[in-house]
Design a protein around this ligand. Structure first.
Ligand SMILES: CC(C)(COP(=O)(O)OP(=O)(O)OC[C@H]1O[C@@H](n2cnc3c(N)ncnc32)[C@H](O)[C@@H]1OP(=O)(O)O)[C@@H](O)C(=O)NCCC(=O)NCCS
Length: 187
């Protein structure tokens, strides 16, 4: 799926562009996700786990994202730099196609500028427009109060918890909370 370029204004007055990444953005996407995973304990992969991903693999991933009928990826560019990315994936199974799932990550220097909120506005609008989607889901790791506040602002509510779902590098275990948004126009 493709999200066509859209200009937004951030809380600091700067302009940013939201769009689905192009194949030529693959190297930038790889650099961005490695950096993002090193800046927070609240993403599931470590930067080292991204080392195995070659540019070729990343280009294939971007191509698949663009051509997929079930995934919408939106990337935020500021002055040509990738600041963050989000995805909404629509399930396609007969028994689960009423559900979609969201993932999101923004580089630390761009937190609290409203990029997360802009992403959520677009992903929820896409879910509303997507035939058959009734529920949007996501999860967050215990302690991620910034993410939780953003999700609650958009109407997501906690529906479950997996105890000790994540083991951090310091050996501590963290619970994972699951959230759902029931789309207003659907049952
Ligand atoms: C979580 C994340 C996506 C939020 O994106 P963002 O662009 O900073 O979000 P926004 O600026 O749109 O909104 C953040 C909101 O949280 C509020 N906030 C910031 N820190 C907070 C905290 N510690 N507790 C509660 N609210 C907080 C902000 O004031 C803002 O609220 P407002 O819109 O009412 O002013 C981003 O911080 C991120 O990528 N973090 C690292 C990766 C991650 O955790 N991903 C999610 C995995 S589940």
């Amino acid at each position: 799926m493709i999200f066509h370029p859209k200009e937004i204004t951030l809380k600091n007055g700067k302009k940013a562009i939201l769009k689905t990444p192009e194949i030529s953005d693959a190297a930038g996407m790889l650099a961005y996700i490695k950096k993002a995973c090193g800046e927070t304990d609240f993403l599931l992969r470590t930067p080292e786990e991204w080392e195995a991903v070659t540019l070729e693999k990343e280009e294939k991933w971007v191509k698949n994202q663009r051509e997929s009928k079930n995934t919408l990826a939106i990337t935020c560019f500021i002055d040509g730099e990738i600041a963050g990315n989000c995805e909404i994936s629509f399930r396609s199974g007969t028994k689960t196609r009423h559900r979609a799932v969201i993932g999101i990550a923004i580089l630390q220097k761009y937190w609290d500028l409203g990029i997360g909120s802009a992403f959520f506005r677009e992903m929820i609008a896409a879910a509303e427009a997507h035939e058959g989607t009734e529920i949007v889901e996501l999860d967050f790791i215990e302690g991620n109060s910034r993410a939780r506040a953003l999700y609650e602002k958009f109407g997501f509510r906690i529906t479950g918890m997996i105890p000790n779902a994540v083991k951090q590098s310091d050996g501590s275990y963290k619970n994972e909370y699951q959230m759902q948004l029931i789309l207003p126009s659907k049952p």
